[in-house]
Design a protein around this ligand. Structure first.
Ligand code: CBA
Length: 401
């Protein structure tokens, strides 16, 4: 018999498995509110116009070849990605203190960063928010880091547990790594205010805690790329060091192209170049070099001011549509007189609403109303449209009454 006969069947991924279940449901009224992927008002995936234009330019360029790109990726892409998150006038850029490496989207950037830290950083404990993106603990554990949690979400207020956050980070061993969602916290949709970010920064710098920012939704939370980068820029402005994982999956709609970047901001240009040389030793035996196509699209858009402006317009349209879904769902629930305070639906930001519905209520909504969402009660607002809001509101009403 097979040498793999002892291999057990693994469970479906808690987030991506929702789409598998959705696809298997023949119901005409089913709605997929699971994976964080943008859908249009017609419920279809969206390829941005500016992405189509950039792709056309690339395809029509006869000089383009399919040679290997460097281990660290396309250099234009790396420079432009650093500028996007740090700001063109960032001291880290003007003093060449940041190294940026093109990685396989956000997940790949997190993994490469974690593997680098495991080998080269003196602390191997990483504090991550409670709750956080389901894949975070797996990425960091598999990289050999030990995962601890810090309080982040307060179910009672459905807001930030700022006191708990400060206590837990205050109790962390000095030098510990801390994962921070740059904006649009997944799954809660709750972000610190700029005053709270400043307090977090002071506490972390006083204990030499190492920030590892995860920026998967820049531009999606507020609709502005600069506003959504403020948390990162606040830290970098103080001259301290940090890591930043960037994803273009959502804000440029490049999900399947796997386009992202890992930036490591260091104290000096010399350290940054040594760090880059060691990150290359992580990447080469992992996947050798990243894919050329998606990063070429991003570089084409970011280096042209016209295309960059067109991108910001389309990005704001996506963010605005998600905001209008929040407003419509909130009003639909109010109209039904559904018991409870549902104002968090319009207070939370980014792609997700953390409804507060429990596992049983979620199962009920899936079974009776064909609503597909993660079992922690998170719904992707990007999966909603004006046509499907009433059906979701009916399901939520039935689930809580
Ligand atoms: C906070 C966070 N960080 C990183 C990623 C990785 O994204 P990528 O590797 O595709 O760039 C996601 C995506 N998370 C999801 O939107 C989600 O939570 O549904 C979904 O894409 C996923 O993979 O789970 C995320 O929410």
């Amino acid at each position: 018999d097979s040498v793999f006969s002892n291999v057990a069947r693994a469970p479906e991924d808690p987030i991506l498995g929702v789409t598998v279940a959705y696809n298997n449901d023949p119901s005409p009224v089913k709605i997929n509110l699971g994976v964080g992927a943008y859908r249009t008002e017609e419920g279809k995936p969206l390829v941005l116009d500016v992405v189509r234009k950039a792709e056309q330019q690339l395809v029509n360029d006869p000089s383009r070849v399919k040679e290997y790109i460097p281990i660290v990726g396309i250099s234009d892409f790396n420079k432009l990605s650093a500028k996007l998150i740090l700001g063109a006038d960032s001291p880290a850029i003007t003093e060449s203190r940041v190294t940026t490496v093109q990685c396989l989207s956000g997940t790949g950037s997190l993994r490469v960063g974690a593997e680098f830290l495991k080998t080269h950083y003196h602390q191997s404990v990483i504090y991550i928010p409670k709750p956080t993106w389901g894949n975070h603990p797996k990425v960091f554990n598999l990289a050999g880091l030990s995962v601890e949690y810090f309080r982040y979400y307060d179910p009672a207020t459905r807001g930030l547990d700022f006191k708990g956050l400060l206590e837990d980070l205050g109790a962390a061993p000095s030098g510990a790594i801390v994962l921070l969602h740059a904006c649009a916290h997944n799954p809660t949709g709750v972000d610190p205010t700029s005053e709270q970010w400043e307090q977090i920064r002071q506490l972390m710098r006083s204990k030499s805690l190492l920030p590892f920012f995860d920026s998967a939704y820049q531009g999606f939370a507020s609709g502005s790329l600069d506003t959504d980068a403020q948390s990162v820029r606040t830290f970098v402005a103080d001259g301290g060091e940090c890591l930043i994982a960037q994803s273009y999956a959502k804000n440029m709609g490049l999900y399947g192209e796997r386009v992202g970047a890992l930036s490591i901001v260091c104290k000096s240009a010399d350290v940054a170049s040594k760090v880059e040389s060691q990150v290359k030793l992580v990447v080469r035996p992992m996947y050798s070099s990243p894919p050329i196509h998606g990063a070429s699209i991003v570089a084409t858009i970011l280096k042209s001011s016209d295309m960059y402006n067109n991108w910001t317009i389309e990005l704001k349209e996506m963010a605005d549509r998600i905001k209008s879904m929040r407003q419509q769902l909130f009003e639909a629930i109010q109209a039904r007189g559904t018991p409870g305070d549902w104002s968090h639906i319009i207070k939370q930001i980014g792609m997700f609403t953390f409804t507060g519905l429990n596992k049983e209520q979620v199962e009920f909504m899936t079974k009776e109303f064909h609503i597909y969402m993660t079992s922690d009660g998170r719904i992707s607002m990007a999966g909603l449209s004006s046509k499907t809001v009433p059906h979701l509101a009916d399901a939520m009403h039935a689930a809580v009454t």
